[in-house]
Design a binder for this molecule. Structure first.
Ligand code: SAM
Ligand code: TMP
Ligand code: ZN
Length: 405
């Protein structure tokens, strides 16, 4: 049996998504031999309720020089992080010579605004390519994994931070004991650790099982974060639900007694209790819904192909690796995936080997059906591609249920 990475309690597996590749490793045609696979399964800790992967993928496999995810690729996310930076500057970086640290700064989408405001900052990100893009925006970056040693070094050389921020990164890091020891050294006594990640409540409600993939190790709730924070000597003092990436929560942690927890914390905890969010029965029901989505989606795609329709997909997201490989969707069901990311174009989807082409080719000519794999950017993409539906094309969505639009 596997133990909880936070508290060493017993993990009970509730969903097995089978053999899965690295979600962000897009092989070139003809170079699919030796592709890495691991068993993607999720469990719940019987002691602290933390939901987490049963198997860990080595971090160097995922966060490499050519890590292809570029945060600035979505206009919605650019605006989200600009607003986030403004808010952090207004509420956390208020003293004299404040210092803002970001874990997983990627291409500088958030810190560029902090840098433009002339505020002292440092991003930490192990992926060289995106880190260089951040530097090109005037952002200071250390190309490194944030962990205890990195934090100690930053505190020693640059001083303590008013706020440490992480978006879509903390849930990627299994070794949180090291992270929190580092935070203890790095944060000023009244400093805050603010992080936002996909919320288990939204995943269960929307059956968005594709939020589960190699990079997403933890699936947080207010309750599991509160328990975890206490274990590491911090207190959960605020939560904010965010609409981005299919539903997230922004958590603020501070040292005990430093801040009064907001009413939003008690409200979200009560909401989770009333829904029995992380109860074994709820997670078993979620797993059954996932299996139904798989069956419905493969049945629909098989039928459309049998009827002779041209079916493509849109958005070679990391999360779509889970959908394609779990549901067995390959080039025989979906002929091509369109995506705006140059580093993904001309390559194949991980494990499922569907060719990826630039999204400009989507209209040449429009297909009959397009499976929207980047459903978290649905509004942005459907508005950009409104001509597709005007020409009679149909979108296929699979969350919360399989449906044709
Ligand atoms: N914060 C950005 C956003 O929300 O769009 C980027 C999110 S991206 C999904 C995760 C980032 O975390 C990657 O750029 C990766 O290189 C970085 N990362 C992974 N492990 C890390 C660690 N231990 N310390 C710092 N960054 C890490
Ligand atoms: P994400 O779900 O991890 O944010 O990844 C989004 C993927 O979708 C990324 O590969 C870029 C792609 N994409 C498009 O092709 N067109 C778009 O308009 C948007 C917003 C994303
Ligand atoms: Zn635990």
């Amino acid at each position: 049996m596997t133990d909880c990475r936070i508290c060493a309690g017993p993990l009970t597996e509730f969903l097995d998504l089978g053999a899965q590749p690295n979600s962000d490793a897009f092989p070139r045609p003809g170079e699919t031999d030796g592709e890495f696979f691991f068993r993607l399964a999720v469990g719940r800790c019987g002691s602290c309720t933390m939901v987490q992967l049963m198997e860990e993928v080595p971090r160097e496999r995922m966060f490499r020089r050519d890590y292809p995810y570029h945060s600035s690729g979505s206009s919605v996310m650019r605006e989200h992080f600009e607003n986030t930076a403004r808010q952090l500057l207004a509420t956390e970086a208020t003293g004299t010579d404040p210092f803002v640290v970001e874990i997983g700064c990627n291409d500088g989408v958030m810190l560029a605004t902090v840098s433009d405001a002339g505020v002292r900052h440092l991003g930490v990100d192990p992926s060289q390519g995106v880190a260089d893009q951040a530097r090109a925006k005037g952002v200071r970056v250390r190309t490194a994994f944030f962990e205890e040693a990195t934090a100690l070094d930053i505190a020693a050389t640059e001083g303590r931070a008013d706020v440490v921020y992480a978006a879509n990164t903390l849930c990627h890091i299994p070794y949180l004991d090291s992270i929190f020891r580092g935070l203890d050294a790095l944060l000023k006594p009244d400093g805050a650790f603010v992080f936002e990640d996909p919320y288990l409540g939204d995943i269960v409600e929307r059956t968005s099982f594709d939020q589960i993939y190699d990079e997403h190790f933890y699936f947080f709730t207010a309750r599991s974060v509160q328990t975890m924070a206490r274990r590491y000597g911090l207190e959960l003092v605020d939560v904010v639900r965010l609409p981005v990436h299919g539903g997230e929560v922004r958590y603020t942690l501070a040292r005990p007694g430093a801040r009064v927890p907001t009413a939003a914390v008690a409200a979200l905890l009560a909401d989770e209790d009333s829904k029995a969010l992380a109860a074994p029965a709820t997670l078993e029901r979620f797993a059954a819904e996932v299996r139904r989505t798989r069956d419905d989606l493969t049945a629909l795609l098989t039928q459309l192909r049998a009827e002779g329709h041209r079916v493509v997909a849109y958005g070679a997201t990391a999360k779509s690796a889970t959908v394609a490989n779990y549901c067995g969707i390959g080039p025989e069901l979906v002929s091509v995936v369109y995506d705006t990311t140059p580093a993904k174009q001309g390559r194949l989807t991980p494990g499922s080997h569907i060719p990826i082409q630039p999204s400009e080719a989507f209209s040449e000519p429009y297909p009959d059906y397009a499976l929207l794999l980047a459903w978290n950017h649905a509004e942005e993409i459907m508005s950009k591609e409104r001509e597709f539906r005007a020409m009679g094309g149909k979108w296929i969505l699979y969350t919360p249920k399989v449906r044709v639009l």
